[in-house]
Design a protein. Structure first.
Length: 229
C-alpha cells in the first residue's frame, strides 16, 4: 500500500563559547534558556554540544536524549571554567565540531549553531575563513551563528555562515535570542522523505474462492452430490 512519509533526522551541534565574557550580563544564562527551548521545539532530532574558549571540549555527543543537553548546560557555565578557556578560538572550535559531526552523524542533515559574543583569535584573514568554509562544505554542514552581545557580528564569521548556506544574527537579550532560535527553526523546518514499501495481505479473492468451494462441498454433503449408480 501507499508508503508513509518518514521524518528526516537533523543532526544539530551547539558550539558554545564559554570564555569569561560570556559570563557577563547573564549572556550564558540567556543562551542556555534559548537552547533549551529550541531543543524542546525540535524533539526527534539528534543534538550534541561542544564548548570552547582557547580550546574546544566535546561536552555531549550527538544524542536524541534531550535531557542530556538540558542537564549538561549548567555545568558548562563560563564561571566554572579554568583560566585556559578564556580565549575565543572560533576557527579551531568549528573544525573540531566538523570532525565530531562527520564521525557521529551517519545519516540526515547536519547543522552547527555557533553561540559566541567575541571575535575569533584564530580567524585573522580570508585564508583562514576559506579553509573553514571548505571543511564545512566537504562535511555538508550548515553553520548558523548567534552573536550574543551589543557589538556587530564579526564579518569573518558572518561570511563563513553565509558560504555554508546559513546565516548570522545578533541577539542582545533573552527575547531577541528566542526570536533568533525561532527563525533558525523556520529556516530549517522538518523535512520528510518517502518511506520504503509497505506490504499488505491480499487475501480477499482467495478467501472468496475458498468460501465458494466450501459452500459447494456443504451442499454436496446434504443432498446434491453425484453418484455413479
Amino acid at each position: 500500500r501507499q508508503p508513509q512519509d518518514e521524518r528526516v533526522l537533523s543532526n544539530i551541534q551547539f558550539c558554545v563559547d564559554v570564555s569569561g565574557s560570556m559570563g557577563v550580563n547573564r549572556r550564558y544564562e540567556m543562551a542556555s534558556t534559548a537552547i533549551t527551548e529550541f531543543v524542546d521545539a525540535r524533539e526527534g532530532d539528534a543534538f550534541g554540544m561542544t564548548i570552547f574558549g582557547s580550546y574546544p571540549i566535546r561536552w555531549v555527543p550527538l544524542t536524541q536524549d534531550l535531557d542530556a543537553i538540558r542537564n549538561a548546560l549548567p555545568f558548562a557555565d563560563p564561571r566554572r571554567q579554568p583560566s585556559h578557556m578564556g580565549g575565543t578560538s572560533i576557527g579551531k572550535a568549528l573544525r573540531f565540531c566538523t570532525a565530531n559531526m562527520t564521525a557521529e552523524a551517519t545519516g540526515g542533515e547536519r547543522m552547527i549553531i555557533l553561540v559566541s559574543d567575541g571575535v575569533s583569535s584564530d580567524l585573522r584573514d580570508n585564508t583562514d575563513a576559506l579553509d573553514v568554509v571548505e571543511v564545512l562544505e566537504e562535511a555538508d554542514i550548515t553553520l548558523y551563528h548567534v552573536h550574543v552581545g551589543t557589538s556587530s557580528v564579526p564579518a569573518v564569521v558572518q561570511d563563513i555562515a553565509r558560504e555554508s548556506g546559513g546565516e548570522a544574527f545578533v541577539a542582545t537579550d533573552s527575547r531577541s535570542l528566542a526570536k533568533v532560535f525561532d527563525h533558525i527553526d523556520r529556516l530549517k523546518p522538518d523535512r520528510f522523505a518517502r518511506g520504503g514499501t509497505v506490504p499488505m495481505d491480499f487475501f480477499f479473492p482467495f478467501a472468496m474462492i475458498g468460501l465458494g468451494a466450501l459452500a459447494v462441498h456443504f451442499v454436496g454433503l446434504l443432498w446434491m452430490r453425484y453418484t455413479p449408480w
